[in-house]
Design a protein around this ligand. Structure first.
Ligand code: HEM
Length: 192
């Protein structure tokens, strides 16, 4: 059974996240200018830290976890992706929210419903999505909007005890075509 209340704050399904997680089996598929795709196996580290509760407009009380993800290309060990953001739980609405910022000048807010009845012992499955111009939207620099536009994003994250699996798609409009930029990975919690 997962304890969802930590220090008096309700983190809902996000209570499974805190800790340092490492993965060695990631796969990134990214667009190439010549119309082909680039496949990069990766290793990564994600640090999830409890922020606590946040109250909005005197009405909404949220449980917040901050994350920092660092991704390394397997072939040369170089870091080739860096991402910051928050996972946020709104217990009254039953909504999970997710934000990301990447150093290409792209940020987004994603959201999704979560049914607390679906939590099974140590296992949780969370899905959130974002769409440019939608309720859960994308913000990006004028250059990115014109040259490498993020039109949407979705992530499915499953945690079972100390194992995490995620699958995400960043929907791009780049080099005059639509491209599904995907990342899949499996991680283990190496410290709480
Ligand atoms: C594990 C996560 C990710 C990895 C490893 C990754 C890696 C890559 C790689 C290798 C490229 C090809 C261009 C380059 O070499 O720089 C690329 C392009 C791109 N990625 Fe990601 N990415 C990840 C997640 C994301 C996310 C979450 C977003 C935004 C929501 C994003 C947005 C973009 C954009 C806009 C491009 C096109 C830029 C270009 O190729 O000039 N990526 N990514």
């Amino acid at each position: 059974m997962i304890e969802t209340i930590i220090d008096g704050v309700d983190f809902g399904p996000l209570a499974v996240l805190p800790g340092t997680w490492k993965g060695e089996k990631g796969m990134d598929i990214a667009p190439e200018e010549d119309g082909s795709k680039e496949e990069n196996p990766f290793s990564e580290e994600i640090l999830f830290e409890i922020v606590g509760d946040v109250t909005n407009a005197g009405k909404q009380t949220l449980g917040v976890v901050r994350y920092h993800q660092k991704v390394y290309r397997k072939t040369d060990g170089a870091q080739f992706h860096d991402q910051l953001g928050y996972w946020v739980w709104d217990p009254a609405a039953g909504t999970v929210m997710f934000t990301l910022t990447i150093p290409r000048a792209v940020s987004l807010v994603a959201g999704g419903d979560f049914d607390m009845g679906s939590m099974d012992d140590d296992a949780v499955s969370i899905a959130v999505a974002s769409e440019d111009g939608g309720d859960w939207g994308v913000a990006q620099s004028p250059f990115m909007r014109e040259n490498a536009k993020t039109t949407g994003f979705q992530i499915n994250l499953e945690v079972d005890g100390d194992k995490m699996v995620y699958s995400q798609t960043t929907f791009l409009d780049i080099y005059g075509r639509k491209f599904d930029h995907t990342d899949n990975s499996t991680l283990v919690r190496v410290s709480p």
